[in-house]
Write a protein that binds this ligand. Structure first.
Ligand code: GSH
Length: 289
């Protein structure tokens, strides 16, 4: 295979693709797409008019494969290694795909919607939509909690496509719609996921790019087209480093109480497209829980 992954290290759906590729041990090249660069964005759009990543390009077969689930299934089918992301048994494969959908459609996507809403101006907010998204996530948490009770992974003994989908969905989902002491199996499962070598590698590789976080991308993607940044502690630490202060102004504040002021800060500071103290503060606020 001659594969190139068009991606960004901070993108949650790209995390899903990366986890699967690392699990399979498939050789591939990475092409980092900076969506703030019009040329890079246009190139991604030429590959996939929806303009979302991850997108996989297979030069040998002259094939472009978008959508994280399809991308992983494509690679899984061609991989000749011992590992598989989708079970061979048709019934198990069906269940695996269903669990992948559960994480993507009912946790990951509504989480993006909530984050997007938080970055709108007050007038453009959609409280009902946010409540519906949160309720949907909580329903899905309950289903997933039941599913992972036996563990260790989403489908039981084997790490599959469903786990690739679960990691970014739960990692960010938990920050947006906290588990709050409920769903103990899901909580333990998320901790197991973070310790998985493929996942730890993805998190580690994202770290050097945290400073490139662009608040204007978040503003631009108010309907779920968001680049997501890592959790509160890391973001706040970076924020402190940028401001050269020993203590962050945002530490200890709640998500809700920070939201209105941070959203307006993003709007006022996003135009130059550069990381500033105020838009980075907003990124930290995003994941306060
Ligand atoms: N259904 C898609 C979702 C991909 C997605 O939402 N990607 C986000 C990054 S996490 C993106 O490309 N956002 C940039 C944009 O929409 O401008 C998949 O599974 O790959």
């Amino acid at each position: 295979m001659s594969l190139t992954l068009h991606y960004h290290p901070l993108s949650s759906f790209c995390w899903k693709a990366l986890i699967g590729l690392y699990e399979l041990g498939v050789p591939f090249e990475k092409h980092l797409v900076d969506l703030s660069d019009p040329t890079a964005r246009a190139a991604l759009t030429r590959l996939w008019p929806i303009s979302k990543f991850p997108v996989l390009r297979d030069e040998a077969r002259d094939r472009t494969v978008p959508e994280s689930t399809i991308l992983l299934e494509y690679v899984d089918r061609q991989s000749d290694g011992p590992r598989r992301l989708i079970p061979q048994d048709p019934e198990q494969a069906l269940e695996c795909r269903l669990r992948d959908r559960l994480y993507d459609a009912y946790i990951h996507a509504p989480m993006q919607n909530i984050v997007g809403d938080r970055l709108r101006t007050e007038a453009a907010r959609d409280p009902l939509g946010v409540e519906q998204a949160r309720a949907r996530m909580e329903t899905a948490y309950a289903i997933a909690d039941e599913q992972v009770r036996g563990g260790p992974w989403a489908m039981g003994a084997e790490f599959t496509l469903a786990d690739c989908a679960a990691m970014p969905a739960l990692y960010y989902g938990e920050k947006v719609a906290p588990f709050d002491g409920r769903w103990n199996s899901l909580t333990a499962y998320l901790e197991r996921l973070k310790r998985r070598p493929s996942v730890a590698r993805v998190l580690e590789e994202a770290e050097p790019y945290f400073h490139m976080f662009r608040a204007d991308r978040l503003v631009g993607g108010a309907h779920g087209n968001v680049l997501l940044v890592p959790g509160r502690r890391t973001a706040v630490e970076k924020h402190e480093r940028i401001r050269g202060e020993g203590r962050s102004a945002v530490r200890g504040k709640s998500w809700k109480s920070n939201v209105p002021s941070s959203a307006s800060k993003i709007h006022s500071s996003a135009s130059n497209g550069r990381l500033t103290a105020s838009n980075f503060e907003s990124s930290a606020v995003l994941f306060e829980s």
